[in-house]
Ligand binder design. Structure first.
Ligand SMILES: O=C(O)c1ccccc1NCC(=O)[C@H](O)[C@H](O)COP(=O)(O)O
Length: 200
């Protein structure tokens, strides 16, 4: 089970995610209580080992803005939320980073349909922490896709059983307040996701 922890803002939480065994770490570079500057994302990404993917998260910015912020942040992946057209992914290909498309269950659920490398199937409001009917997408997404939206340490195993994703992504569910992560919750989430994956 691939595990991404999103919306990190403090070095101690980046360390906790890496030590817990997260596969990817996200920095939100768009409007959000979790927003960081590209310069801060670069600082936070500097200590992340190469086997952990560093991801810059955008929603609605132009490809020029995404390109500039990604280069400044020095991350290895770009995540575009919402109604970004196929052309935006094509325009960013030459950055040479992993491209992640994120949308709600009504979007095209074939990973790669927009030339992206990874797909996130999320709640209608990203970063809201609102659970949704995860079972409704079981068997529908194709390829390397992550389930997101309202996951937390107590429900991630159930969500994995319901939707059978390739990976999971969390933000609010490892926070004590919007934008404020918790080291213990990060550890618990990664452990619960790995345990959930082991359930047949
Ligand atoms: O986290 C945000 O505030 C955010 C804002 C705008 C676009 C995307 C955002 N987050 C992206 C993520 O990948 C979240 O991890 C994902 O939406 C799940 O969030 P949550 O339900 O809070 O776990």
């Amino acid at each position: 089970m691939y595990v991404k922890i999103c919306g990190l803002r403090e070095p101690e939480h980046v360390t906790a995610a890496v030590e817990a065994g997260a596969d990817a770490i996200g920095y939100v570079l768009t409007r959000s209580p979790r927003r960081v500057t590209p310069a801060r994302a670069r600082e936070l990404a500097a200590a992340v080992p190469p086997h952990v993917l560093t991801v810059a998260v955008f929603a609605g910015e132009s490809t020029e803005e995404v390109r500039a912020a990604t280069l400044e942040a020095g991350v290895r992946a770009v995540q575009l939320h919402g109604d970004h057209p196929h052309g935006d992914f094509t325009a960013l290909k030459d950055l040479g980073v992993t491209l992640v498309r994120a949308g709600a269950a009504g979007a095209d659920l074939r990973c790669g349909a927009f030339d992206e490398d990874l797909l996130i199937v999320d709640a209608p409001r990203p970063g809201s922490g609102e659970p949704w009917d995860w079972a409704a997408v079981r068997g529908r997404p194709a390829g390397r896709w992550m389930l997101a939206g309202g996951l937390d340490p107590s429900n991630v195993a159930e969500a994995i059983t319901a939707a059978r994703p390739w990976g999971v992504d969390v933000s609010s569910g490892v926070e004590v307040a919007p934008g404020v992560k918790d080291t213990g919750l990060i550890r618990d989430f990664v452990a619960a996701a790995r345990l959930g994956d082991a359930v047949p």
